[in-house]
Design a protein around this ligand. Structure first.
Ligand code: ADP
Ligand code: MG
Length: 298
């Protein structure tokens, strides 16, 4: 695997506030990464640091194989971390020609990128006539002009209507499909689930989980149980290796699995120990519930 970015024990303090705390993760080529966390969890600060617009307090990061300077590396990075801003009275084409000059890339790329984001037929419209979604798509086209190794987006669908959101997500998937690595920050679980292959979950600047999105979803579920002898049942499950957390609420026991087990096996196991169940349901925690339990304050 080819590494695009390595972040090591990164910390950022704003006075007394720790915005990013001892954060480490790696980005491998070809994957789509989401930094997921509620507002204020340190997503934008993290992106700012790796893009050299925010100074870190401690820790470090390195781009690619670690031998290129950040300044050189950032020439191979496309990033949109602010609201798209172009010259309002210039057309899409005119704006992108200017970007090509600044980035020193051939303007021949413009057609391909405008087609990619679905703006080729609006290429001669002035920027000020664009909807917010179109502005965001133009920003993506602009960031892609130099065929970057990685595209970085901060909350790419914020403020867009459902159709605009859908268009942006489809474009991100298309770009990823062409082999460009993507890193996006989002506070929307659903967005990360739909678009990303990997996720780094932040809460108050601290990493709660990093790994494949599938891994985040792969919970083994839990059982809801009732029997005449709740105490004995609770004791039994607490000492059983397949179970983790066990909660008792309103006369129902909720027992979370650490490994796979079906309802039949549990029923038999409890029956053999003299416990007869009056209620047995197996459930899987939804991704949303898992995210909420990961990010709630405790
Ligand atoms: P996110 O992008 O996840 O919403 P941010 O990285 O923007 O979170 O912010 C993380 C924390 O750092 C927040 O508490 C925010 O108020 C604080 N913060 C961000 N930028 C600054 C700054 N320039 N000065 C002081 N505090 C800041
Ligand atoms: Mg932010």
């Amino acid at each position: 695997m080819e590494t695009i970015l390595t972040v090591n024990h990164l910390t950022k303090k704003f006075g007394l506030l720790t915005a990013v705390s001892d954060l480490s993760f790696t980005i491998e080529k070809g994957n789509v990464y989401g930094i997921l966390g509620p507002n204020g969890s340190g997503k934008s600060t993290t992106l700012g640091i790796i893009l050299n617009v925010v100074n870190r307090t401690s820790g470090d990061f390195s781009w690619f194989d670690g031998s290129t300077s950040t300044h050189e590396a950032l020439k191979k990075v496309g990033a949109i971390i602010e609201r798209p801003n172009f010259y309002p009275y210039m057309t899409a084409i005119q704006n992108l020609k200017l970007v090509c000059k600044i980035k020193e890339v051939p303007s021949a790329k413009i057609e391909e990128k405008l087609k990619l984001v679905g703006l080729w037929d609006r290429k001669d419209s002035k920027f000020k006539t664009y909807s917010l979604g179109m502005k965001q798509r133009l920003a993506i086209a602009s960031a892609l002009l130099n065929d970057p190794e990685i595209l970085i987006l901060d909350e790419p669908t914020n403020g867009l209507d459902p159709q605009g959101i859908h268009q942006i997500r489809e474009i991100i998937k298309t770009i990823a499909g062409q082999g460009t690595t993507i890193l996006l920050a989002s506070h929307l679980l659903d967005e990360v689930e739909k678009v990303c292959s990997h996720v780094v979950i932040l809460r108050k600047g601290e990493k709660l989980y990093s790994g494949p999105v599938d891994g985040m979803m792969a919970s083994h579920g839990f059982f809801e149980l009732r029997s005449a002898d709740m105490e004995k049942m609770k004791e039994l499950l607490e000492t059983h290796a397949s179970f983790g957390k066990i909660n008792s609420f309103n006369g129902t026991l909720t027992a979370y699995l650490k490994e796979e087990m079906d309802a039949e096996s549990l029923n038999k196991m409890l029956y053999d120990k003299g416990i007869i169940l009056s209620h047995l349901v197996k459930r899987k925690e939804s991704l949303e519930e898992q995210f909420l339990s990961l990010t709630k304050n405790n």
